[in-house]
Design a protein around this ligand. Structure first.
Ligand SMILES: [Zn+2]
Length: 222
């Protein structure tokens, strides 16, 4: 899943308005951040295989520390603890904010579960691996990703109020851009020169850009 993860961030913001949308955008992709840092280092592993699924070329064959269910729970508890007890994170809102930040981290695994082929381990790498495999159906994946994101946007818009034109239209335009970018990425032909490092770094850049825009636009809604 790519843009669909942000639906969880938008939905969680709608239940706890004190949470920062930018931080939630980082939290929903937290385990992917770790994965794309660990993969070029060889600690976790994926390879690029043309048309591995209908939607992308990722053979994600070893990532128990970031995409195991057990690992996801541990990361979520860690982020919860950070926001609950440790300064300066603690200053960002305490109790409920910590809870939505933890849930945002955990949401990643469950959203990935819908689309991944059975490559998500429950415990360690040799444990049962699960995934409903929506990625094998191009159209279904695109529809679900967009529907999730638009659903999240609606929840966000209904629970917050715009403070000006930027607040009124900014997030709608941003979501439209995210959808266009997503459609562009999934329509691009396989690049035989692409490497794990290039794919990882470009993912990290996009995640960070999206989070930065969310930080900025969120200031225009209360
Ligand atoms: Zn992931």
């Amino acid at each position: 899943m790519f843009i669909g993860h942000y639906a969880a961030g938008l939905a969680l913001k709608s239940v706890e308005k004190k949470a920062s949308l930018g931080m939630l955008f980082i939290a929903v992709q937290f385990v992917d951040y770790l994965f794309f840092i660990l993969a070029p280092m060889g600690i976790e592993k994926f390879r690029l295989v043309e048309n591995y699924t209908a939607i992308n070329h990722f053979d994600l064959y070893y990532y128990p520390y970031t995409h195991g269910l057990l690992a996801s729970v541990i990361w979520a508890v860690l982020i919860y603890g950070l926001w609950r007890y440790v300064p300066p994170f603690k200053a960002m809102g305490k109790g409920r904010v910590a809870l939505v930040m933890g849930l945002a981290v955990l949401s990643h695994w469950f959203v990935d579960l819908i689309v991944h082929t059975p490559d998500l381990p429950l415990l360690g790498d040799d444990s049962l691996k699960v995934g409903f495999g929506l990625w094998n159906d191009f159209m279904a994946t695109v529809v679900v990703e967009i529907a999730l994101l638009v659903g999240g946007l609606i929840l966000y818009l209904r629970s917050t109020t715009a403070t000006g034109a930027m607040g009124k239209y900014g997030m709608i335009v941003f979501v439209a851009v995210m959808i266009c970018l997503y459609l562009l990425v999934v329509s691009m032909p396989f690049d035989p020169n692409a490497t794990v490092t290039v794919a990882s770094v470009s993912s990290l850049v996009v995640f960070t850009l999206f989070a930065a825009i969310a930080f900025w636009l969120d200031r225009y809604r209360v």
